[in-house]
Design a protein. Structure first.
Length: 514
């Protein structure tokens, strides 16, 4: 006999707890706390009563399912197993009680507690003390029930950890807000949540494996910095009591990784946490995971090839191929060689007029006004070109696409294009309609880099909170000679979005919420 039956209809719409449900939970907590007290009083010899420090576990639910998952209905093995799991379903029926125990990976096994096997006192204690959500230890023979469900015929049991709050209704899917605020519950009740954690681990392992195959070295750079840099973003500011100085949470590791290249680590990467004091939406989080990598004697073309390989290998690690299936069932092909599209040429074609780095700002403003594109604050040529490109072109991209050759004045850390004046050798990679990664032919000339920093400082003086500051220590490193280098940065959270089709708050295990 199974412990529960599925509802006749599909899952209900996502819901949050109602007032009545909260009141019921409060009452259940009181009842469970009383059971906790009883366990502690009656089972003081059980090394903790309601919370024993250790248990004689010899098996796991996944391993038993792997070994005995094909048992015929009614089969007996003669093998005794001892394991623990969380009670997610329970049914008490006279002389025989049933419970479904769930492991951390979501795999399940049925526990059968029979009067004939455990005796009247133990069976009654099970009925009175075990609740949904409890962790319990069971020992007994591995069998298949009459309905063919892999089970433990319990001969001994013990509370492993008493839950004083009930689980949410397993038939009512949690709303997204509830999932991200109470991820621990999400992991218990929803397969997709656990699968996403596993997918993220596989992605990170794949990235490291690909880098290792190309002889890259993984390093760590400071998270607290005396000066923010490496990206155009508003930083979080904190204070060090030891140094009596304000510090910035890292917005990017770029300037430190480039120092490593100057020092002779020709192929370097870091998977890190970045913090940007900006908006939060379906593709942005104030705290996020970032991959950055730099390869000496490469350029933005070579680093684009590497980025494509990194992403395709990550997709294979998660999905088994470069064709991934998103959460909504859509299949998306990440395979093949990805297109490379000129920003200025594609914008000109979509807008129906020629736009170049020499196009006056007033003409760009007029085009923006006619197209209903809002001007960015502290508008300059490059910012407006990028806004216009997003309006006219971005929505047309369906396949993964490298958008090449950006305006010079928005890319202060990038080398000027070797043959096209007014642009830099930079690309942004768009997948699923959002920017997934960016890559450069890095600017290594210290004189030009200082000039770029000075221009950024002027923007900052005019009130642009995202503008970079002059970083004298980084400039001093460049003055010691940095080889020609290609560099890239990619959001790990967004890479999971591209592979799974989930929103950013679903790909982050514990996202920041208001």
């Amino acid at each position: 006999m199974t412990d529960t039956t599925a509802p006749a209809e599909g899952p209900a719409e996502p819901t949050d707890p109602s007032v009545a449900e909260l009141a019921e939970a409060f009452e259940q907590k009181a009842v469970r706390l009383a059971k906790r007290e009883r366990l502690i009083a009656e089972r003081a010899d059980a090394a903790g009563g309601a919370y024993p420090v250790s248990l004689p576990i010899t098996d796991t639910i996944p391993a038993l399912r792997e070994r005995y998952g094909d048992l015929e209905a009614g089969a007996e093995t003669g093998v005794t197993a001892a394991l623990a799991g969380r009670v997610v379903f329970s049914r008490n029926t006279g002389k025989l009680c049933f419970a479904t125990l769930q492991a951390g990976d979501g795999s399940r096994i049925q526990a059968m507690v029979s009067l004939a096997t455990v005796g009247e006192e133990s069976l009654q204690a099970w009925k009175e003390l075990v609740d949904l959500g409890d962790h319990v230890f069971v020992s007994g023979e591995v069998i298949s029930s009459r309905r063919g469900e892999l089970s433990i015929m319990v001969s001994e049991w013990q509370i492993a950890s008493k839950a004083v709050l009930p689980l949410p209704n397993l038939y009512n899917e949690l709303s997204e807000e509830s999932r991200v605020r109470s991820r621990f519950l999400d992991l218990i009740v929803r397969d997709r949540a656990r699968e996403t954690v596993v997918a993220r681990a596989k992605v990170n392992a794949s990235l490291r494996e690909t880098f290792t195959s190309h002889e890259f070295i993984e390093v760590e750079t400071p998270m607290l910095q005396v000066q923010h840099g490496g990206a155009s973003a508003r930083p979080f500011i904190t204070h060090s009591n030891a140094f009596d100085a304000d510090l910035y949470l890292r917005i990017a590791p770029e300037l430190f990784l480039k120092r490593a290249v100057v020092g002779g680590i020709d192929r370097v990467f870091e998977i890190n946490r970045n913090f940007r004091n900006e908006g939060a939406d379906s593709t942005h989080s104030p705290e996020f995971a970032m991959l950055e990598a730099y390869q000496a004697y490469s350029d933005y073309n070579g680093i684009a090839d590497l980025t494509q390989e990194l992403i395709q290998n990550a997709a294979i690690a998660v999905a088994g191929s470069t064709t991934v299936t998103w959460a909504d069932g859509t299949e998306f092909d990440l395979g093949g060689d990805w297109a490379r599209l000129s920003m200025y040429e594609s914008l000109s074609e979509a807008a129906g007029r020629t736009i170049t780095p020499e196009t006056p700002l007033d003409e760009l403003r007029a085009l923006a006004a006619s197209a209903g594109v809002e001007e960015p604050p502290h508008v300059i040529h490059g910012k407006l070109v990028e806004e216009l490109w997003e309006h006219f072109v971005k929505s047309q991209l369906t396949r993964p696409t490298f958008v090449m050759d950006f305006p010079l004045d928005t890319s202060p850390l990038v080398r000027e294009h070797r043959s096209l004046p007014g642009v830099v050798e930079k690309w942004d990679l768009y997948v699923r309609g959002f920017e997934l990664a960016t890559g450069y032919s890095e600017l290594v000339d210290p004189v030009i880099q200082r000039e770029r920093f000075v221009e950024q400082a002027k923007l900052a003086a005019r009130g642009d909170l995202e503008a970079m500051r002059i970083d004298e220590e980084f400039l001093r490193a460049l003055e010691h000679g940095m080889p020609p280098t290609g560099g890239m940065g990619m959001g790990i959270d967004r890479l999971l979005m591209a592979i799974t089709g989930l929103g950013i708050r679903e790909t982050i295990l514990f996202p920041l919420v208001k």
